[in-house]
Design a protein around this ligand. Structure first.
Ligand code: DGT
Ligand code: CA
Ligand code: ZN
Length: 582
């Protein structure tokens, strides 16, 4: 839906006109039109010319501009105004609380061309003495800049989901909410999110709003309405809470879960089927008789589609798949039978073997693989051959005492910067599982990093490549790697790629996972646990796997221990045979 884009452009036109001291009525007309288009629940693109002109605040002239945007993706008047504005001025206008007059003053007098330059100018004291600028103005500008930067930042889901759940818990206990659910990108388990969108039903919306703006996490109240409020938390995250009618809860949940692209596709389908779907419900044309909306399932059922799980709603082929009855049967947390990447005190984990085993059992697992670091990782107190052999003996003894649970002897062997593995094959061959990963040389050229990973994939002992792209959300980008090349090679031998569930990693990511599945590469979902509570990160790993269309059968750690060991052995023999015949 282009509504918001058009609203943004109209607002920008208003600002640009204001800079030129144009007619105030003209300026107000653009603002009003922007507001009304932004609030429309219908897609502007679906309106006829007459309907468009009938939108309050939109006359012939603005209707024509809307049409122009829908047809060409731009509005000439807007382009013309932008071209005439001094460079960087528009960017200054994005700072909350900085109006056109002040922005122009700063642009004219100080020649600041953007937000970073503005911030530097304020901090250098260059604003003092300018007409109309007080100490408070300067403080407000800095606050505005901070807010803008925070607001445009996407955060790792792991940093936001716990807060969202906490808010939902508090709302349940402190306000008369009936149903309440987190929607938006969090419900789709996108790896990074912008804000928290929550929906609720209640007999007393006013009480819910009042409780919400008073939450202990609330730092600033942006809006306190009758059924919708927005706050900024102490962490600088925006939270929107809407109370909707019980009859509309499902439709609203579907609408606000998104994604936008998914919703656009669905609504197009609805129109072709003589239906109308919006956040209030499902309606049949003509006469707009309401045929559903209390349940989210109503929306998909009305369109004769199978229910599409939120993780798939990215307009990545899920609607077509639902139509043809070939939606994947997604893997679930309950399918996971063990964790194949776990650290202990022997390297940089926090617990001894017995404790971590107990914790694993508590999760209902049938096995865990102990995969401590190897000697190259001095900082992590990595194991050399001798200590690893010692640990293997300890694990063997532990297994003698366990029933219904197996500790797999493993290692997270470092793929060294020179491409060799950190431990000799003779030792690796004695382990149940060898997980290999990169911890150094992240800046190497693609060709070199790819070569390292390919060598690990081909090593006769390696069964899993852990966190295959090395990214750390918000901290470090993935290293340069020809992932496709690595995946093809992995598929050849049945070497698994890890979906590292640690929330700042989520590596492979959703797109890579789908690619891996496409090449027939086996997957494992592991947490890389260093402290027992990190076992719970499995939920993130499973969800990102679901976003990658992964089914139970694609994931090795859904297998029973016996079957898993068989698969790991088969992978080794394949590589040995290959090596012998080469
Ligand atoms: P985010 O917040 O960037 O991580 O991602 P979302 O998907 O949570 O996006 P957000 O918070 O802007 O909006 C929440 C949902 O509301 C979005 O997934 C779909 C729906 N939505 C928001 N704006 C529009 C719009 O202009 N048109 C349509 N069709 N749906 C929208
Ligand atoms: Ca959102
Ligand atoms: Zn690890």
């Amino acid at each position: 839906m282009k509504n918001q884009q058009i609203a943004d452009i109209f607002n920008e036109i208003a600002e640009l006109l204001e800079l030129k001291n144009e007619n105030v009525f003209r300026i107000r007309a653009y603002r009003r039109a922007a507001q009304n288009i932004g609030d429309l629940s219908k897609d502007v693109a679906s309106l006829s010319y007459e309907e468009l002109e009938a939108v309050p605040g939109i006359g012939k002239d603005l209707a024509a501009k809307v049409r122009e945007f829908l047809e060409t993706g731009r509005i000439a008047k807007h382009e013309e105004l932008k071209a005439a504005a001094p460079g960087g001025l528009l960017e200054l206008l994005r700072v909350p609380g900085l109006g056109p007059k002040k922005a122009k003053l700063l642009s004219d007098k100080l020649k600041v061309k953007g937000i970073d330059e503005l911030e530097a100018a304020v901090r250098a004291g260059r604003l003092s003495g300018l007409p109309g600028i007080q100490k408070r103005t300067e403080e407000n500008i800095l606050k505005g800049i901070e807010l803008l930067k925070r607001g445009t930042e996407r955060r790792p889901i792991g940093r936001v989901l716990p807060l969202a759940e906490e808010i939902v818990r508090r709302m349940r206990s402190s306000a008369p909410v009936d149903q309440i659910e987190v929607a938006g990108s969090i419900r789709r388990w996108k790896d990074t999110v912008k804000d928290i969108d929550i929906l609720a039903t209640s007999r007393d919306p006013a009480a819910v709003m009042a409780a919400f703006v008073k939450l202990p996490q609330t730092n600033r109240v942006l809006a306190h309405g009758e059924t919708k409020s927005s706050v900024i938390t102490d962490d600088g995250i925006q939270v929107d809470l809407r109370v909707v009618d019980k009859d509309s809860f499902g439709a609203a949940l579907q609408y606000f879960t998104g994604s936008k692209q998914h919703n656009i596709k669905l609504r197009e389908r609805a129109v072709r089927a003589g239906l109308k779907i919006n956040e209030y419900g499902v309606f049949r044309e003509p006469g707009e008789k309401k045929i559903g909306g209390a349940k989210e399932e109503d929306v998909y059922r009305a369109l004769k589609l199978a229910f599409i799980p939120p993780e798939l709603r990215e307009d990545a082929g899920e609607i077509e798949a639902a139509l043809e009855g070939r939606l994947p049967d997604l893997v679930t947390l309950a399918d996971i039978k063990g964790d194949l990447h776990v650290h202990t005190k022997w390297s940089d984990g926090s617990h001894d073997l017995d404790t971590i085993v107990q914790e694993g059992r508590k999760r209902g697992y049938r096995y865990i693989a102990v995969t401590d670091h190897t000697k190259g990782l001095g900082v992590a107190h990595g194991l050399d051959e001798q200590r690893l052999r010692e640990q293997m003996r300890l694990i063997a003894r532990a297994n003698e005492k366990l029933s219904g649970f197996t500790v797999l002897a493993g290692t997270e062997v470092d793929i060294r910067a020179d491409g060799r593995l950190d431990l000799a094959d003779e030792v690796l061959a004695g382990l149940d599982i060898v997980v290999a990963s990169i911890h150094s040389g992240f800046k190497q050229p693609q060709e070199q990093i790819t070569r390292r990973l390919l060598a690990a994939v081909r090593n006769p002992c390696v069964s899993v490549i852990a966190h295959p792209t090395g990214r750390l959300l918000g901290e470090r980008d993935a290293y340069a790697v020809d992932l496709e090349g690595v995946l093809k090679e992995a598929a050849k031998y049945g070497v698994a790629m890890e979906i590292n569930a640690y929330p700042l990693r989520l590596d492979l990511n959703d797109l890579h996972i789908r690619m891996a599945k496409g090449y027939g590469v086996p997957l494992v979902i592991s947490t890389d646990t260093h402290v027992a509570n990190q076992f719970d990160y499995m939920a993130y790993g499973v969800s990102v796997a679901r976003r990658g269309w992964v089914e139970k059968r694609d994931v090795l750690n859904t297998l029973s221990c016996e079957q898993l060991i068989k698969r790991l052995k088969a992978c080794r023999s394949r590589k040995k045979r290959e090596k012998a015949s080469a």
